[in-house]
Every structure is written in C-alpha cells, then in structure tokens.
Write a protein that binds this ligand. Structure first.
Ligand SMILES: [Zn+2]
Length: 453
C-alpha cells in the first residue's frame, strides 16, 4: 500500500470536501425540533454511496431518528474492522440574530466554513468519508474493513444509541472505534481522547406548605429552602469530595502509564484562570492535582437552585417549596444505577426522607486503556499528519461512549478536526479548512496503521 495515499490524494480532492460539507450544512437537521432529520439521513446516505461506501438506513421504531450505516470490506485485509461513529444532527441555531451569515448557508470565508454543524459534527463526518474515498480512488481498496455508524439524536442525548447497538450488535461488530469528534488546541495539536466521564443528573425538592406565606410566619412555618440547603450541604465537602457513603467504592487509581500521559499534557493554569476570571481552583488544587481532576475527578455540581423571590427589590416571602438540580460527573466503574441508590440511602440515613428525588439521566464513564495498541496506532497517525499531538486520558465531559465499549467490546478513541474555539453549539460556528484537510490525512493514516497491525 502506497504511503503517499493521504497527502497526494487528499490534496487533490479538497475542493470536493468543502463543497460536500457545504451541502451537508445547507440541509438543516435539528434533532431538538425534529427539523430535517429524515432529509439529512438520506443526504448522508447519498454522500456515502458517492464515495464508494455501501450504505443503508437503519430504524428502531417510529419517532426515533434513523441511523445511517455504511460498510466497505477490505480486499487485502478483511481481518480488522474500524468503525467511525458520527452524528448528522445539529444543535438548534438560535439566536439567529447573532449569526453574521445565515446559520445554514455554509458560507466560506478564507480558511473558514461557517454554519450550524460545520464542525459538530458534519465537518468531522466529512473528513472520514473523504479519507475512505481517497483510499478507494488511489488503490481501489481500503486498508481495513470500515463501518460507519451515523446517528441522528446525539445533540439531544443519544437516547436510543444503546438500543441500536444492542439490536445491531453483530452488524456493528468491530475492533476499534474512532469517536465522533476530537479537539485541536490553539497550537494546532490534535488531542487524542481515550475516554469520557459519565453523568448523573438529579433534581431534589422540598415541599413544606401548600402556598408561599408572609415571612413573619417564619417563626412557625419551616422554610423549605433552609431544609434543602441542609441537604445539599451533606453531599460534598468544600474540597469537592462527594460525601455519600461508598460513592468511590469501585473506583481504581490511575495506572503508571496514565500518570505519565497526564504529566505530559499541557495545561496552563494561569491562562485557564484568566479565561474564567477566577483566582483559585476547588480545594486550592495546583499543578498535577488540577490536571488529574480534569481527567479523572468526580463532581457534585449544583446546576441550579430555586426558591422564593429573586426578582427586583425586596419581597418578604416564605416560600412553600424549594428545588435544586444537581449533576454528578462519574468516573470509570461508577454505575449510575448504583449511585442513585447510594444517594437515596444517603438521604434516608441523614433523616431527609421528606426530600423528593427525580432522576433525569444516568450515563456511565468509559475509558480505553492507555497501553492498548490502538492508542499508539492513532498517536502515530496524528503525529505524522499534524506534526505533533497530545494524549488525553479522559475528556472532562460526557458522551455515550460506554455502550460502545461495553456492547461492542472495542476500544474507543476520540480524534478529529474540532478547533477548540470553533464556537460549536454557539452562533457563528465554523470549521477550519486546514484542519479538515489534516484530519482527513490523519484518518487515512489511522486506517493504514490499523490495517497493518
Ligand atoms: Zn454537539
């Protein structure tokens, strides 16, 4: 297999990469509003076919966005299968008036293509389709078997991805997954992410009286906001440690290799603090501790707290109820279902049986072992294509990586073209053409390394 595939052929087809991406952006596909979902799925299927990938539309049931599935078998190496996981849906474009160009116009200005989904995730998707196409056009083959799983509900929480993975477990079987996105930092270094944290989102509420009362009655009527503050205060200490019994029971510490990777990860504390206008971190963490927390720390975060009057001026009121929304970031081996039980037991044992609890969302963390050979294959490809790259033990955020790792039993790695300041989910989202190009080459190199292994 010619080592020249990526550079020569990707360069020759960059024009089409841009116009195909523009075409994708021009088809709105807002999952939150069920706008253009079917149309976009059909468009993606056509793009795959045009690039030489056999594709079909998979369905679960009515009302669930379809998955666009693509597959191409390698003639020279049919033993190893690489999956590209992506999504064709996008975030709503609102507020429209903050966009310089219409959000679904795909306007190109110099090195940038603007539009909702330009990077997240249509830009990422196009690099992978074009990488496969480049291989096919140059050699008439792909270096390993390729599968595309492109879902349409990622931006609303991937509610059915697990069901899809279970239903099509055989069809989707593979030896490695390239995750839907990957960040590129301000120094043009791609960040190779080996994991995602999990998430547990709950709402706790206290209802004391059937209506708000005059606050003079606070001598007799209990205030539910005070009650809820007492509750919340038992959940974690000021260093950020969760105080719920057995919360960390199953968690294991970082491996030696993980620690080495974390140590090598660039993190400028001062730039970070300046960005947010803050003076210190939780628990006064510094250096290695701050970096370890980002990749492997669990949290108990108050996302919102409401009770009583918070409008202009003064109002002497005694609220009848209080509510708090809390998100817990989970780390590997924390089972969301178990953690909910632990939270419930905690409330009961502390005498807070009157507190209502509603669970919105639970998702486990996933992490690929940093010593897995897939990691060095991807790292080598990224170094070759970008000149340099950074390994990251886990993203601080959450994504539905767990069911992939668990059901497909395959390692998952995130790498891509998402410039970290490309305004994803915000007005004027853009993709950088130079990064799309480098990422396309990188995807070719990954396929080659993976096929050769
Ligand atoms: Zn997104």
């Amino acid at each position: 297999m010619s080592k020249m595939i990526p550079t020569k052929h990707v360069d020759a087809h960059m024009g089409e990469l841009v116009s195909d991406l523009q075409m994708l952006i021009r088809q709105p596909s807002v999952s939150a509003k069920n706008e253009g979902i079917e149309e976009c799925a059909i468009l993606v299927q056509k793009l795959l076919k045009k690039s030489g990938v056999k594709s079909e539309i998979l369905r679960l049931k009515k009302g669930v966005a379809p998955i666009v599935y693509g597959e191409i078998k390698s003639k020279q190496n049919s033993k190893k299968t690489l999956m590209f996981y992506n999504h064709y849906d996008v975030q709503p474009a609102e507020p429209f008036d903050l966009w310089d160009d219409p959000p679904f116009s795909g306007t190109k200005k110099g090195n940038k293509i603007f539009g909702r989904g330009a990077t997240d995730d249509k830009g990422e998707l196009i690099t992978r389709i074009k990488a496969v196409e480049a291989c096919l056009k140059t050699t008439g083959d792909v270096p390993c078997n390729i599968k595309f799983v492109i879902e349409g509900e990622e931006e609303t929480g991937s509610a059915h991805i697990e069901e899809y993975l279970r239903k099509y477990k055989k069809k989707f079987s593979c030896d490695g997954v390239i995750w839907e996105f990957g960040y590129v930092d301000a120094k043009n270094r791609p960040i190779i992410g080996l994991g995602m944290k999990g998430l547990l989102f709950v709402e706790l509420s206290v209802k004391e009286s059937i209506r708000d009362a005059h606050s003079s009655l606070a001598v007799l009527i209990k205030n539910p906001a005070w009650r809820l503050i007492e509750v919340v205060n038992t959940l974690r200490n000021s260093d950020g440690e969760v105080l719920i019994k057995d919360w960390y029971s199953e968690v294991s510490s970082f491996s030696k290799n993980d620690l080495k990777i974390i140590k090598n990860e660039p993190f400028d504390e001062n730039v970070f603090k300046k960005e947010f206008g803050i003076k210190s971190f939780v628990g006064n963490k510094k250096g290695m501790d701050a970096k370890k927390a980002l990749v492997g720390g669990a949290t108990c975060n108050i996302a919102g707290f409401v009770s009583g009057y918070v409008g202009d001026g003064a109002k002497t009121v005694l609220p009848g109820s209080a509510l708090v929304k809390i998100d817990f970031r989970l780390i590997p081996k924390m089972d969301p279902k178990k953690q909910v039980l632990r939270l419930k037991n905690h409330l009961k044992s502390k005498g807070f049986s009157d507190v209502g609890i509603r669970v919105y969302h639970g998702e486990a963390a996933a992490r690929t072992d940093s010593s897995h050979p897939f990691v060095s294959q991807v790292k080598d490809a990224a170094d070759k294509s970008f000149g340099k790259s950074i390994l990251n033990v886990s993203n601080a955020g959450t994504g539905p990586m767990y069911p992939f790792v668990e059901i497909l039993n395959a390692p998952c790695i995130s790498i891509g073209s998402t410039y970290m300041f490309s305004r994803i989910h915000s007005p004027n989202e853009f993709a950088r053409v130079d990064l799309l190009k480098k990422t396309t080459k990188c995807m070719c190199e990954i396929m080659i390394n993976f096929g050769n292994s």
